[in-house]
Design a protein around this ligand. Structure first.
Ligand SMILES: Cc1cc2nc3c(=O)[nH]c(=O)nc-3n(C[C@H](O)[C@H](O)[C@H](O)COP(=O)(O)OP(=O)(O)OC[C@H]3O[C@@H](n4cnc5c(N)ncnc54)[C@H](O)[C@@H]3O)c2cc1C
Length: 403
């Protein structure tokens, strides 16, 4: 797709340069210049600031979509460009170099839920939700994990009972990122309690304003309330909102989870800020760049970042060849989580107490968010241990874990 790619790149760059400014990345501009945010999920002072930021994000998403860059790979009948889906990744790579409103709120919809809807949803369901997801009108959350079903997701207990052309759903979900902002939820429920546990599960699309849905925020270590508990009390969902056949929810969600691992691991959810470069500048600023231990740790971080870069290339080539996302997403996710935590450890060591109290000094307290936020990267989308199990069984061919 050489010609198509260069023509697309040129058009996308023209659009971005016309409508946005290049991002001033501190590591390019020098220590102390520009924002010192490290950018592991954007923070908001309160719910009003969050709502205002989302409105700006939506406005930008709409502009992008209406200029043909929001869903280049999507079917024309649904408002997409009918082109190679890899163009969408190319656009994302270009966009992060520009100072545009945070597009993170849309990533769950576009990267995780849309693939499941495209693969398994009815044409009516696709037409109802997909254009809104890609145009930023619909923010989407995933209602998968439950208090007793996280790593062992197939143990989920939220029940759906058929009532005519509706299902009545009762149960509880937890850790539901951005559910408080969402219009739509990707919901996994048990429709057949007598079937073997992986076969009695069905996926639905839930309109979050349906009576009986209660969203309650959970505060995390960063101080923010990014995720929630979601209570479902006799929630009526039309059968038309079912994604795929009855009992096919496990297969449908597996596609989502593989995309999620690859997406988290490849940094699809992150900004252009390079934490390793930021740490290198910090070491120089603090006169620690010649400390052999610091140098060794920086070199290890750089090596890990390069490994990820090559693996992302390999993953993209596989996608381009039409292969479904596979176990390599688990490698990317493991490397990403490991890198995030190792960056946090080096920042803590270099900065000492100044990450704990905001003295106003540039590039210090800002790391506090990264340090408290990075452990989540080893849990979200499947824990490190689960990724290792996946790799052991699916790539190395080791015996399956006893069930
Ligand atoms: C930032 C963040 C965002 C999230 N967003 C969402 C969301 O939007 N929607 C959603 O549905 N969920 C979400 N989650 C939930 C996430 O998917 C779960 O936390 C994760 O799957 C782990 O489940 P659990 O918390 O129940 O831990 P458990 O499954 O109870 O695991 C506890 C510990 O036991 C280990 N363990 C469990 N089973 C095994 C095994 N077989 N072998 C070895 N070790 C094992 C785990 O690795 C872990 O260390 C989010 C989580 C985080 C941190």
């Amino acid at each position: 797709m050489g010609d198509e790619l260069s023509e697309f790149r040129a058009a996308a760059l023209h659009f971005l340069e016309t409508n946005a400014r290049h991002r001033v990345v501190a590591t390019q501009a020098g220590w102390g210049i520009g924002s010192d945010s490290i950018g592991l999920l954007d923070a908001h002072a309160d719910r009003a600031a969050e709502a205002a930021a989302l409105a700006r994000s939506r406005e930008w998403r709409r502009l992008v979509f209406d200029h043909g860059f929001g869903w280049a790979g999507g079917p024309v009948a649904l408002g997409g460009g009918g082109r190679n889906p890899l163009l969408d990744e190319e656009y994302r790579r270009l966009e992060v170099e520009f100072d545009v409103p945070d597009q993170q709120p849309f990533a769950t919809g576009t990267h995780l839920v849309a693939p499941a809807l495209l693969a398994h949803g009815s044409p009516e369901l696709q037409a109802k939700y997909l254009p809104g997801i890609f145009r930023g009108e619909l923010v989407v959350c995933q209602l998968l994990s439950e208090p007793e079903a996280g790593s062992d997701l197939a143990a989920l207990r939220t029940r759906a009972v058929r009532d005519g052309d509706h299902w009545v759903v009762t149960g509880q979900k937890v850790w539901s990122s951005q559910a408080h902002l969402s219009q739509v939820g990707q919901l996994l429920v048990r429709t057949d309690p007598d079937a073997p546990k992986h076969q009695g599960i069905t996926m639905f699309v839930l309109d979050m304003d349906t009576p009986g849905v209660t969203v309650r925020p959970l505060r995390q270590m960063t101080g923010e309330t990014h995720f929630n508990e979601v209570f479902l009390d006799e929630v009526r969902i039309p059968d038309a909102n079912r994604v795929g056949e009855l009992g096919s929810g496990w297969r449908a969600v597996m596609a989502t989870l593989m995309s999620e691992r690859a997406s988290v691991g490849s940094g699809a959810n992150n900004s252009a800020i390079d934490p390793v470069a930021r740490l290198r500048d910090m070491a120089e600023h603090l006169d620690r760049a010649n400390d052999p231990i610091v140098r060794q740790r920086l070199a290890a971080l750089h090596t890990n970042a390069e490994l990820r870069r090559f693996l992302i290339g390999r993953h993209e080539a596989a996608m381009q060849a039409g292969k479904a996302p596979g176990a390599e997403g688990s490698i990317l996710k493991l490397l990403f989580g490991d890198q995030a935590v190792r960056c946090a450890a080096l920042a803590s060591e270099l900065l000492g107490p100044s990450v704990l109290a905001d003295s106003g000094e540039w590039g210090t307290y800002a790391w506090g968010r990264w340090i408290t936020g990075s452990p989540m990267m080893r849990i979200a989308g499947g824990t490190d241990e689960i990724q290792r199990n996946t790799l052991a069984e699916r790539l190395l061919g080791l015996p399956r874990e006893p069930s």
